[in-house]
Design a protein around this ligand. Structure first.
Ligand code: UDP
Ligand code: MG
Length: 308
């Protein structure tokens, strides 16, 4: 018998958590020949989420909860849940029923019968989200793909079922600033995608606002790309070329046309030249910093998928 671990990060979800549990339980128990466990991670909720979780876990011995001392964020909650999970397959689900439980069975079959390591839900449409949020999100994924050269797409969320090998690989990534979408992409593995229509949360409120989304997006870029550190290099080269051009044109004016050069022109040339040197020095510092930054994350050098 295979066991599916359902990991649920919960932050102030008192309005939906019971409904989530009953709906998801119905679906997972309908899959033949599997056992299940729920790992609820209460991420420092300030409402009655924890009381409800205690009750659910008291009534169903397949349910477990952990409760954080304060709000540590969804990334930390997902990591904690994966660490506690004992199943052959682990799936991460939002508590608000935006991740349809009916996908659990096809996800399970993709892993257990079709040989995939991971099966993810791909959200299509953004009917529940505002136009601004959708547009910003799309542009963000465009930028992050370019900067990190990794496969991260709008719609590929955290809702995915993984086998044990992939789960262990993710647990090996112990970095403090976690950007799980990037981590999924970093560890690789064969992934199947199942599309689902975006729906609004059943009850309760989203925990994200535009500010926190921006900071999450910025974290994502910084966690997987050191490209921003190279901006000073590009700027430095541009300024160096500009100062060469200014110098050369001053030289030509004086030598060939016998025109005197204004002192303002000279000052500008010198300032541009010195700025270019500064920028290039910052770039070199950045290169050392980026090496050290990646070294510090202690990411695995490789991940084995299979061996005999
Ligand atoms: N969540 C969490 N900690 C947080 C914020 C959110 O554990 O600090 C959980 C939340 O309870 C939900 C999931 O992460 O189960 C997704 O959150 P939400 O629905 O607010 O995000 P959205 O769907 O709007 O992106
Ligand atoms: Mg949601």
């Amino acid at each position: 018998m295979n066991k599916i671990s359902i990991i649920v990060p919960c932050y102030n979800e008192e309005e939906v958590i019971s409904l989530f549990y009953t709906e998801t339980c119905k679906t997972v128990t309908a899959i033949p020949e599997v056992t299940y466990e729920f790992i609820f991670v209460d991420d420092g909720s300030k409402d009655h989420t924890l009381d409800i979780l205690r009750l659910i876990c008291y009534q169903d011995k397949n349910c477990h909860y952990l409760s954080f001392s304060r709000n540590f964020g969804k990334e930390a909650a997902m990591y904690a849940g994966l660490k506690q999970a004992t199943g052959d397959y682990c799936v991460i689900m939002d508590a608000d029923l935006q991740h349809p439980p009916k996908l659990l069975a096809p996800m399970y079959y993709a892993l257990s019968q079709e040989g995939y390591d991971c099966c993810g839900g791909k959200r299509v449409g953004r009917s529940g989200d505002g136009a601004l949020r959708s547009a910003l999100s799309r542009s963000f994924y465009h930028v992050i793909q370019k900067l990190t050269h990794m496969n991260m797409n709008d719609g590929d969320g955290d809702f995915r079922m993984m086998n044990r090998t992939m789960t262990e690989a993710i647990l090996q990534m112990k970095e403090y600033n976690r950007y799980t979408k990037g981590i999924f992409s970093f560890v690789g593995f064969e992934t199947k995608w199942l599309e689902f229509e975006n729906v609004e949360r059943v009850a309760g409120k989203t925990k994200w606002n535009l500010g926190s989304l921006f900071s999450y997006a910025f974290d994502g870029i910084l966690s997987f790309s050191t490209a921003p550190l190279k901006i000073s290099g590009i700027l430095g080269i541009f300024l160096l070329l500009l100062s060469c051009f200014l110098g050369a044109s001053a030289f030509i004016q004086q030598v060939f046309f016998h025109q005197s050069i204004s002192s303002l022109y000279l000052v500008i040339g010198i300032v541009v030249f010195l700025s270019s040197l500064q920028m290039l020095m910052v770039f070199i510092l950045g290169e050392y910093l980026s090496k050290d930054y990646l070294e510090n994350k202690k990411r695995p050098l490789y991940i084995i998928r299979e061996q005999n």
